[in-house]
Design a protein around this ligand. Structure first.
Ligand code: GRF
Length: 204
């Protein structure tokens, strides 16, 4: 049976769109079963609805603790039969309940070459530090922010005159290629995790 995955969003949703396109074109042999946002009214939800995807809002402000919020997100994913989960611009930190329900099956894309510049404002941090190369990282989540085992990375040059917007746009263009690749590997069960080190095994 075709694999199913959930996408977690908070904002614009261009990575979700890249995943959807790749799924519909058959590059990712899995379908998006639900798009969950931690807040109402964001563009990503509008796009998802327009595309006929199931959407859900699990409003972070309605929960007393991170664990309770995470449990509600996890329950929605499980109820929709998600096999794996892609965080795509999702701005909340998730806790243990999702890691227990989805061991080595929740991935995130981050706009820097981790472990450099974790957290919010990764692109601004890179510009302020003055690095000449930054990029994006797709990694499994763990209980620390932007810290879990790294699956794939791509470099992006910082160009003279770059500001946060121009650099982030070029990074996002690379993420839109890299994230579907990782989703494909997950759908094909090609990823093995040995401690921090991720191995890509041959296609079955
Ligand atoms: C991406 O750059 C992602 O790495 C970061 O937030 C941005 C989300 O963009 N976590 P979008 O919502 O997918 O357009």
């Amino acid at each position: 049976m075709k694999k199913r995955f959930g996408v977690l969003v908070s904002g614009t949703g261009t990575n979700m769109q890249a995943l959807l396109r790749a799924s519909r074109e058959g590059f990712v042999p899995a379908e998006i079963c639900v798009v969950i946002s931690d807040r109402p009214g964001v563009r990503a939800l509008e796009v998802a609805s327009r595309e006929g995807l199931r959407t859900a809002v699990v409003d972070f402000t309605e929960f007393d603790s991170r664990d309770e919020f995470t449990e509600a997100v996890t329950a929605e994913l499980l109820s929709q039969g998600a096999d794996f989960v892609c965080l795509a611009g999702f701005m909340r930190i998730l806790s243990r309940p999702i890691l227990e329900a989805y061991p080595n099956a929740v991935v995130n894309t981050h706009p820097s070459l981790l472990p450099a510049f974790p957290g919010v404002d990764a692109v601004r941090q890179a510009l302020q530090y003055g690095v000449k190369v930054t990029g994006c990282t797709v990694h499994f989540i763990d209980e620390e922010v932007d810290h879990g085992p790294i699956i794939a990375q791509e470099a992006v040059s910082v160009l003279p005159g770059d500001d946060e917007t121009s650099l982030h746009e070029r990074i996002k263009a690379v993420e839109h290629q890299l994230y579907p690749k990782v989703a494909r590997w997950l759908a094909l069960d090609r990823i093995r995790v040995h401690g921090r080190v991720v191995e890509l095994v041959d296609e079955p």
